[in-house]
Structure formats: structure tokens, C-alpha cells
Ligand binder design. Structure first.
Ligand code: NAD
Length: 336
């Protein structure tokens, strides 16, 4: 068994690869993995073990068809995490989101088709459904993406579906809620707030702080992706929900408590343009059909995440200074 994991040097992809190499997925203890990652600002080689005998690392772009055609033979499946993933960046500049998320996904699907790759899991997001004031989306809900990021992911989902329907490629799509955990780039809300608080800085909260997100630990998301890889159906979509909905203000208060700060450090900043109010997934399909359940209780996962950032300042201080130098982004309350 050999897997090609795109975006495997980023937050979620690297968690998936580390878990796989550590024998965390039954039946895949001997699997070989090729990580393909362009190492954008969000990808770091240090997120992966150095010189692991079952891993090859290739620095390259999912938009590079000749590279993919060279690389794919011998692989049994592709797990596709690579993407531009930050909504704020897509609001400021959408072109790279279309290039990587739409063209890149199409190029990867095309390469798999030409090389006869047997299986493909496309990792997507709940943001493709838009925003809802009440109820929860099933997989059949209408796609109503609001940000350029969400629109690019919805487009990639539809391209994936088309390669299944037209060509019979064995593709499944996953749509997960917001993730949290170690190794997340400190532009997203939780790592941004935690690293600010650990340095005694204020935290910037968008709008009134009442936007609602469901939070899932990255370990649960990756296990769900693995469950879909092994048991999911061709052409099927699987929601992966956390079931833990919180307003950003509630989440911020938990982070303040974990970092020993009080509400005086909250700075309310003007809302993001087109900011989605609430996401909520109905994930009964993956639970009932594939037997998946999240395992990490929210408060326990959050405390572990804060502890990781507290214990690994070298990781985020390097990333932070790199971010400031290479791509100055105003550190507002970035949500995925
Ligand atoms: P991330 O930004 O941390 O990592 C993305 C990785 O993709 C980086 O390593 C980057 O270098 C790589 N990459 C970017 N462009 C590339 C290209 N053209 N070719 C090859 N590699 C490229 O993102 P993440 O948070 O780990 O998200 C991974 C996937 O999960 C994305 O598809 C995202 O849409 C999806 N997702 C994320 C969340 C979340 O909360 N973070 C929730 C649901 C779904």
C-alpha cells in the first residue's frame, strides 16, 4: 500500500501523515507514504519526521501535471489535503485560491485518471454550504459558498464529482467543520489567540463575537478521512461534524481561562466582509454508514492544544516571524 498525500506539510495533512507513520490507522501500519507539498507559507518540512523509512517527501505543486504523471504510478490512493485554506487571505486576494483549490484539484484528478490511480479522497469543508441561522446541513444541502475560499472549495468538490460521474474515478469527498490542534498556523483563530495570550498581547475578535462554529480536534478529522478512504463509496460525500458549536466569544473565554488572562485583553475589531454567521453539520451519514465517532472531548482537546503551543514556542515564533517578513497580514481574528 502506497499513499500520495498532498498538502502533507500543513496543519491537517501533517497530522494525518504523522499518525499514519506512527501506526495509528489499523491495516496501514506498513503503508508507504509520499508527501507532495509546495511548502507555501503554511507548509513546513519540520512538521514531518525527518528521514522516516516509510515516507518520501517531494516539494512540488499540485498544478504541475508532468510532475504528477511522473509521481503517481505505484500509488494505491491519493489523500488530497493541499489547498489555500485561510478565508481572510481569500477576501484580500482570491486568485491563488482558484489556482490551487480549483485548477490544482482538477489537475490532480486528471493525473489520477490518466495513471489509473485506484482511489481518491478529496478533503473539503463545511463552508461550502454557506451560513445558516438554524438547523444542520446534510450532504444534500445546497452549496451556497460565501467567501472566495468557500467558493473555490465548492468548485473543487464539483470537479471531483464530475471525474467520478463522467470517468468513473473512485472519488469520495469529505466536508469537515473547523479543526483545532497542534501545528496550526497562527493566522487561524485558536493558534492566533493562544500565541497572543502567551506573549501577553490582546486578542482581536471579529464583530460582536457571536459567530458560531463547530470545533473538531484534528485527530478526529484525520481518523474520519482514513475511515472514508477505507470504507467510503465512490461519488459519495461525507460530512464530518464536531457537534461542539460555540460562539467565538465563548471560545475566546475558554482560551482566556486556559492562558490565565481576563476579558480586558479582548479587542473587538470590524467584522470580516461577508462573515458567515453560523455553520452546523448533520454528520449522521458517516456515523451510521461507516461507524465513525469523534473521540476527543472539546475541553480536553483545547487544553492539550494550549499546552502544545505553550511547550513549543520555537515552532510558532519561527512561523510568526516568517509570516511577518514574507507576507504581512494584519493579525485580526482570522477564522477558517
Ligand atoms: P494548511 O494551510 O495548514 O495546509 C495546506 C498545505 O497545502 C500546506 O502545507 C501548503 O504548503 C500546501 N499547498 C498549498 N498549495 C499547494 C500547491 N499548489 N501544491 C502543493 N501543496 C500546496 O491547511 P489545513 O488547515 O491543513 O487544511 C487542509 C485541508 O483541509 C484543506 O483542503 C482545507 O480546505 C481543509 N479543511 C480545513 C479545515 C480547518 O479547520 N483547517 C476544516 C475543514 C477542511
Amino acid at each position: 500500500m502506497r499513499l500520495l498525500v498532498t498538502g502533507g506539510a500543513g496543519f491537517i495533512g501533517s497530522h494525518y501523515v504523522r499518525t499514519l507513520l506512527a501506526g495509528g490507522y489499523p491495516g496501514y501500519e506498513q503503508a508507504q507514504v509520499t508527501v507532495l507539498d509546495v511548502l507555501s507559507y503554511a507548509g513546513r518540512r519540520e512538521n514531518l519526521p525527518a528521514g522516516h523509512p516509510r515516507m518520501d517527501f517531494v516539494q512540488g505543486d499540485i498544478c504541475d501535471l508532468p510532475l504528477l504523471l511522473d509521481l503517481l504510478p505505484g500509488h494505491d490512493a491519493v489523500v488530497h489535503f493541499a489547498a489555500e485554506s485561510h478565508v481572510d487571505r481569500s477576501v484580500r486576494s482570491a486568485a491563488e485560491f482558484v489556482r490551487t483549490n480549483v485548477s490544482g484539484t482538477q489537475t490532480l484528478l486528471e493525473a489520477c485518471l490518466r495513471r489509473g490511480t485506484p482511489r481518491f479522497v478529496h478533503v473539503s469543508t463545511d463552508e461550502v454550504y454557506g451560513s445558516t441561522d438554524e438547523g444542520s446541513w446534510t450532504e444534500d444541502a445546497q452549496l451556497m459558498p460565501n467567501s472566495p475560499y468557500a467558493a473555490s472549495k465548492a468548485s473543487s468538490d464539483l470537479i471531483a464529482r464530475a471525474y467520478w460521474r463522467t470517468h468513473g474515478l473512485d472519488v469520495s469527498v469529505t466536508r469537515c467543520s473547523n479543526n483545532f490542534g497542534p501545528y496550526q498556523f497562527p493566522e487561524k483563530l485558536i493558534p492566533l489567540f493562544v500565541t497572543n495570550l502567551l506573549e501577553g498581547r490582546p486578542v482581536p475578535l471579529y464583530g460582536d463575537g457571536h459567530n458560531v462554529r463547530e470545533w473538531l480536534h484534528v485527530d478526529d478529522h484525520c481518523r474520519a478521512v482514513q475511515t472514508v478512504l477505507t470504507g467510503g463509496g465512490a461519488g459519495e460525500v461525507y460530512n464530518i461534524g464536531g457537534g461542539t458549536g460555540h460562539t467565538n466569544l465563548e471560545l475566546t473565554e475558554r482560551l482566556l481561562a486556559l492562558c490565565g488572562a481576563d476579558r480586558s485583553v479582548i479587542r473587538y475589531v470590524p467584522d470580516r466582509k461577508g462573515h458567515d454567521r453560523r455553520y452546523s453539520l448533520d454528520d449522521s451519514k458517516i456515523r451510521e454508514q461507516l461507524g465513525y465517532r469523534p473521540r476527543v472531548p472539546f475541553d480536553q482537546g483545547l487544553a492539550g492544544t494550549v499546552a502544545w503551543y505553550r511547550n513549543n514556542p520555537g515552532w510558532w515564533k519561527t512561523v510568526d516571524s516568517h509570516r511577518g517578513a514574507a507576507d504581512p497580514i494584519d493579525a485580526t481574528g482570522g477564522l477558517t
